[in-house]
Design a protein around this ligand. Sequence first.
Ligand SMILES: C[S@@+](CC[C@H](N)C(=O)[O-])C[C@H]1O[C@@H](n2cnc3c(N)ncnc32)[C@H](O)[C@@H]1O
Length: 242
Amino acid sequence: MAVIECQFQDLAVQLFGKNRRATGISRSSRALSNIIPSLKNLTVLDLGCGVGYMTVGALRLGARRVVALDTEDIQRLLLQNVEINRFSPKAAKFQKSDLFSTLRKGIKFNVIVANLPQHALPATPSAKKLRGKYGGYDGTDLVCRALTEGAYYLKRGGRYFGSISRLTNFRRTMTIADSLYKIKIRKTITKTLDHNEMAPYLTDARLLEHLAALRKQGLIEYKINKHEQIEYKVHLCEFILK
Ligand SMILES: C[S@@+](CC[C@H](N)C(=O)[O-])C[C@H]1O[C@@H](n2cnc3c(N)ncnc32)[C@H](O)[C@@H]1O
């Protein structure tokens, strides 16, 4: 298994990747890490935990306990990653879960950290095969559900840290979030779309056509840069439960 050496804020973190091709943690995950404050003695829910970058990071920031959820069966890897960073495996609990579906009724956290898939894709069976990437027709399906349902799992004044892409229907997400949270955009980064991420299920032409149609309707925002890549902004946001 490949070991990924990475930074969570200015802290060195080591992670076993899913396979030998796993070379790192995405830019938006790293950028999201930078807006998370001290979590001393707080309880944290890591939504869409993957191999545990945010889980380990939250423990490094002092979290008392982390519950990590993902649709993938990744418990062994996540707990291994907690251990190689010198935390007791008891500090984190993994549950295989579609968003909050397996959480015990009534459980509440101080903080939710969520870096969920948000690729806007046509609602075709081939797009849905892009497991872990599909964010629905305008990219907001998972993020909006996570924000609205997340409010039930946060303590009063609890905070949700998440990345929100402009290659999704940003206005829809923010309108829905505004009804429940005070919103703070902490940082903005520029990203380019890696078309290969979508192969082999979605051809470039299909994807580009879909994005162009959404942009024409004013739902998403991007530009084509001088390297002919799709360039878009991602906002790293803090949502404070009202
Ligand atoms: C962009 S990765 C982020 C991984 C990790 N949190 C990080 O920051 O490096 C998104 C993760 O969300 C998971 N995911 C996708 N759909 C989900 C859902 N409905 N419920 C829970 N997790 C989901 C994927 O399996 C993937 O591990």
